[in-house]
Design a protein around this ligand. Structure first.
Ligand SMILES: Cc1cc2nc3c(=O)[nH]c(=O)nc-3n(C[C@H](O)[C@H](O)[C@H](O)COP(=O)(O)OP(=O)(O)OC[C@H]3O[C@@H](n4cnc5c(N)ncnc54)[C@H](O)[C@@H]3O)c2cc1C
Length: 420
């Protein structure tokens, strides 16, 4: 469908002004908002759902993987700092299980209770002094006359509103704000497949035993016998803290041509949700029928939305490499710079309350020329401060293997503000 219409200019109220505006309340947004508020920046975190946690809650994951690393054969906690504080809050809510090995014994997983995570994340962010705005989706940007981001346009049940800020942190998981702002990003040619997570309840734990080891064999046998075909070949089915309940990662979501569902395409997202629920129904029926201990089980919960593993990746001044991660590299220089910035800010704690009644007039801005590369920015610039737009080539050699530079699929929703 190629028809377009031009929307008329509209006036929306300015609903807030902050030094730091964080878009997205997943782990990245939770930590970014907490860090900004703790050094005295007036901070607002905007989240489209009514709770924090990102894929951990809305995607129903219920485990943190990556807190540990295998160092000389031993699995040790290597991620600390704010992660410790979040885990302590979860612990106090009795929302943690003992870490266990997952993914064929290769990765240490820290399982958590999803409801406890929502509560712990609220408390962590609010205790820092940051404010939250739930049920508010950022839908576009407003630029000032110099082309810098002036504010983000938020759509909610209260209508549209503009949140102004000095620094904008894109923690949307999809790089929405970065892409709309024209910041460089990359995408893999072949995206990882999304999955729809679900939880099974009513399992007899004694009968089930270590069924997480046998379910895969049962599935492989059924495929070899030609009775079944499963979209995901490596299931992860594990008991939760209460062993009556098991989490299930058993689905793999694709388009008709076999490509992965793209989390930035609303029609593909719709297909993925429907397909995901069908796969839940079919794989659960198989498990219930064939696995001892699952005879009386039932699906107690399907995640609020499909879990998107990757879409856009913002290209910042530095990209972590595989070797950085495997070698536990410390990026000391970057840390020091952040601390200095934070100290100065402490003295000038400034809080600007939501102000009603001010209006910004939004006019559609000229979109980048269709033939020109959008989203290009020179390297060496802080990716999180999205307040400068420019056109430049991708940094030499910086896109990861099998990645391509791309512009957002849809024209970026961007307006120019006219101060009323
Ligand atoms: C199926 C699946 C299984 C996984 N398994 C694990 C696992 O077992 N353990 C593990 O540690 N990791 C796992 N991961 C990876 C983990 O989920 C991610 O690394 C992590 O969630 C990334 O955090 P984030 O904050 O960057 O993004 P997200 O968690 O995606 O959070 C983004 C947030 O931004 C919000 N948002 C997006 N757009 C907007 C907008 N325009 N306006 C307002 N809000 C917006 C979203 O609602 C969401 O809350 C898995 C991922 C998937 C999909």
């Amino acid at each position: 469908m190629s028809a377009t219409v031009t929307l008329p200019a509209r006036e929306v109220p300015v609903i807030g002004e902050y030094e730091v505006v964080v878009v997205g309340g997943g782990p990245a947004g939770i930590m970014a908002a907490t860090a900004a508020a703790r050094v005295g920046r007036s901070t607002l975190l905007i989240e489209r759902y009514g709770f924090l946690g990102g894929a951990g809650t809305m995607g129903g994951l219920s485990t943190f993987c990556g807190l540990h690393a295998r160092v000389h054969g031993e699995d040790v906690r290597v991620i600390r700092g704010y992660a410790d504080e979040l885990l302590e809050r979860l612990e106090r809510l009795d929302g943690l299980s003992e870490p266990h090995l997952s993914v064929e014994g290769r990765i240490m997983a820290q399982a958590f209770d999803i409801s406890a995570y929502k509560m712990a994340a609220d408390d962590l962010v609010l205790a820092s002094g940051a404010e939250l705005l739930f049920h508010a989706a950022v839908q576009g940007l407003v630029h000032d006359d110099l082309g810098r981001i002036d504010g983000v346009v938020v759509e909610s049940k209260s209508g549209a509103g503009l949140v102004r800020g000095r620094f904008f942190i894109d923690a949307s998981g999809d790089g929405d704000v970065a892409a709309w702002a024209g910041a460089p990003f990359e995408r893999s040619e072949h995206l990882l497949y999304p999955s729809l997570m679900f939880r099974i309840n009513g399992v007899d734990p004694v009968q089930a035993g270590p069924a997480w080891k046998t379910i895969r064999t049962l599935m492989e046998d059924a495929e070899a016998a030609g009775t079944h075909s499963f979209p995901r070949k490596k299931p992860i089915v594990r008991p939760q803290r209460n062993p009556l309940e098991w989490r299930s990662n058993l689905t793999q979501l694709s388009n008709e041509d076999g490509s992965a569902i793209d989390g930035t395409d609303v029609r593909q997202l719709t297909r993925g949700e429907i397909q995901g629920r069908r796969q839940v129904r079919d794989t659960f029926a198989f498990i219930r029928e064939r696995t001892p201990g699952f005879e009386d089980s039932y699906v107690v919960d399907i995640a609020p939305q499909i879990g998107i593993r990757e879409t856009r990746r913002i290209v910042g001044p530095y990209q972590l490499t595989e070797q950085d991660v495997l070698g536990l590299r410390r990026l000391r220089r970057h840390h020091r710079r952040e601390r200095v910035a934070g100290r100065g800010a402490c003295d000038r704690r400034r809080r600007v309350p939501l102000r009603a009644g001010r209006l910004a007039r939004l006019q559609p801005a000229a979109l980048p020329d269709a033939g020109a590369p959008a989203g290009r920015q020179p390297p060496g610039r802080r990716a999180l401060r999205l307040d400068e737009r420019s056109a430049a080539s991708p940094p030499a050699g910086s896109p990861a293997r099998a990645s391509s530079w791309a512009r957002p699929r849809a024209p970026p929703p961007t307006w120019r503000s006219v101060r009323a």
